[in-house]
Design a protein around this ligand. Structure first.
Ligand SMILES: Cc1cc2nc3c(=O)[nH]c(=O)nc-3n(C[C@H](O)[C@H](O)[C@H](O)COP(=O)(O)OP(=O)(O)OC[C@H]3O[C@@H](n4cnc5c(N)ncnc54)[C@H](O)[C@@H]3O)c2cc1C
Length: 319
């Protein structure tokens, strides 16, 4: 293998956690096949931060510094990444299956005329080929897939791959590339409330569904989440009812999350909801219906009224 590349993800000049996860996963792949890990950093003013990627196993960073790359746009990022990947000819390219990575990965694969395994939850190497495990049919089955074509591209589900620190600094090389025609520009950013934990990066999520009954009742969900240092999520029913913003929606048409702990309150566990949170490490279901499908997915089932159980849990956390 010629090497494993990752496409780093930054927002407002800071690397996102998925970058460290992808670097650690890439190091494992590279260790098995003998190549080095190279990170592609696209942004503006990122130069000083690049060396720190060495901590996660990156040997070399190619840093493209351009004001047009400060914010993500599909054209600029796909053009830059495709040109550098064609030049460097790595065998494997990994990126996050984040909002940005989902947008970039497909475009990149098309530009490079290769395939992509998206939203992968495990990686292995067999006979020198990357074998990626990914959910299909809303998480009903997990398939092992091999990408035909070169490079083999895979996007990694956030929060699934461990961040492993191996120490050291990466060698940083400035790279320049023609960004081509950029057809879109960022004109405004709607920034989430200060201090709000990003659902896709949260270690703990407390989610509410139709069982919460009205927007104001989410106060008890917020309270428990606040005490646990958790993000608040919601089912589509709660979002469609206007009780929560769409950015809180977990599921097939919302966000895919993989926290260490997912507490589902008044959520039935429809397949479309499970598709978004089914790979959480520990699932707690609070539902008054003992036959609700969420209980068959949960590690801990509380059959009871959430209006009794959730405040009690908050009190227990206080203790
Ligand atoms: C194409 C498509 C995409 C979809 N995408 C998504 C998606 O991304 N995310 C998503 O969530 N859904 C999605 N859905 C909708 C999904 O099918 C379900 O309708 C939805 O998840 C149900 O939400 P819910 O569990 O909150 O509500 P319900 O199914 O109505 O369940 C409410 C639950 O609350 C319990 N309950 C009621 N009162 C209490 C109480 N006091 N205490 C404890 N428990 C109580 C009930 O027993 C029940 O189990 C999608 C559907 C389609 C067709």
């Amino acid at each position: 293998m010629a090497g494993v590349w990752i496409i780093a993800e930054q927002r407002d000049g800071d690397f996102r956690k998925i970058t460290f996860e992808a670097a650690s996963a890439a190091k494992k792949v590279a260790d098995e096949v003998g190549g080095e890990v190279t990170a592609l950093v696209l942004g503006s003013g990122m130069g000083d931060k690049c060396a720190e990627l060495g901590k996660y196993g990156v040997a070399k960073v190619l840093c493209v510094d351009d004001a047009s790359l400060a914010d993500y746009t599909t054209d600029a990022y796909a053009n830059a990444a495709a040109a550098l990947i064609k030049d460097g000819a790595p065998d494997v390219v990994l990126l996050g299956a984040s909002m940005q990575g989902k947008d970039l990965g497909g475009r990149l694969a098309a530009k490079l005329d290769t395939g992509i395994a998206v939203d992968c939850t495990a990686l292995a190497v067999t006979d020198g080929k990357l074998v990626a495990t990914r959910p299909m049919y809303a998480g009903k089955v997990y398939a092992d897939v091999v990408v035909n074509g070169s490079p083999q591209i895979a996007s990694l589900r956030p929060n699934v791959f461990d961040v492993v620190e191996v120490g050291g600094e990466a060698a940083v090389e400035a790279a320049s590339v023609d960004l081509g025609e950029i057809k879109a520009a960022v004109v405004d950013k709607l920034v989430a409330e200060e201090g709000k934990i990003d659902l896709t990066e949260a270690n703990i999520i407390v989610s509410g569904g139709r069982g919460v009954k009205e927007a104001e009742n989410f106060d008890i969900i917020e309270e428990l989440a606040g005490k646990l240092g958790a993000a608040v999520g919601a089912s589509r029913s709660a979002v469609d009812a206007g009780w929560r913003p769409h950015t809180d929606q977990v599921g097939q048409t919302g966000k895919v999350v993989t926290p260490n702990l997912y507490v589902a309150c008044g959520i039935s566990g429809a397949i479309q909801h499970l598709a978004g949170m089914g790979s959480s490490k520990v699932i707690v279901a609070i539902n008054k219906d003992a036959d609700a499908p969420i209980h068959s997915k949960a590690d801990f089932c509380v059959v009871g009224d959430l209006f009794d159980v959730v405040p009690e849990l908050s009190k227990e956390v206080d203790k």
